[in-house]
Ligand binder design. Structure first.
Ligand SMILES: [Zn+2]
Length: 202
């Protein structure tokens, strides 16, 4: 038990040190707080996925088979798999990624994180939207996984995609962005009229 405790403490210290690396694209200005908190859990690998539960609970491991992913039934329920290497998740990701400016980023979480990290200090509206989309997708995939696991309620990828985009669109409708041609064009692509934008030019 002491090994277990000290390794947990060490993991916690290491995670705190590494946090500065990704905190900028997890907690950013005008983020969606519940999505940001969820992203923080994903980045630290703190979600209670089945692989983690079974890893610490050896008695359960002996008595049951490793529970598989309820989104695809083809792999283990783990962080790496759910975000978004899972067949279902990667399908959703490929449906939403083109709405940001990251159409070429594949569904591997480490590649998405690298992409976000490279643009972590950018204040462009495009990158703001990309951060919203990644966080909303991770959050909604986790919600879908929980709905299937605990409520036996499953939605197809198209429905999940529409939900993610409607959450991001709703956020964009209420957000304060500079009234530039680029921002107007971006909002038009989300079918948001420019009269909702604050005009900083007076
Ligand atoms: Zn899966």
């Amino acid at each position: 038990m002491s090994d277990f405790s000290s390794s947990l403490a060490w993991d916690s210290i290491r995670a705190t040190e590494a946090e500065v690396d990704w905190v900028k694209f997890v907690w950013f200005s005008q983020c969606i707080p519940r999505h940001a908190f969820h992203m923080w859990l994903v980045m630290r690998g703190k979600l209670l996925t089945q692989d983690k539960i079974l890893q610490w609970d050896l008695s359960r491991r002996k008595s049951m088979n490793m529970m598989c992913c309820v989104l695809c039934y083809a792999n283990v329920d783990s962080h790496e798999h759910l975000f978004f290497e899972c067949g279902f998740s990667s399908q959703v990701w490929s449906l939403v990624r083109s709405k940001g400016n990251k159409a070429t980023v594949d569904s591997k979480w480490s590649n998405i994180v690298d992409w976000l990290r490279d643009r972590a200090t950018s204040k462009s509206a495009d990158n703001y939207v990309s951060r919203l989309i990644v966080a909303a997708t991770a959050y909604t995939i986790w919600q879908e996984r929980n709905a299937r696991l605990f409520k036996n309620h499953a939605r197809p990828p198209d429905t999940v995609r529409n939900l993610i985009l409607s959450i991001v669109r709703y956020k964009l409708m209420g957000v304060k962005l500079k009234n530039t041609d680029r921002v107007r064009k971006l909002l038009e692509s989300w079918e948001i009229h420019s009269d909702g934008v604050i005009d900083n030019g007076g």
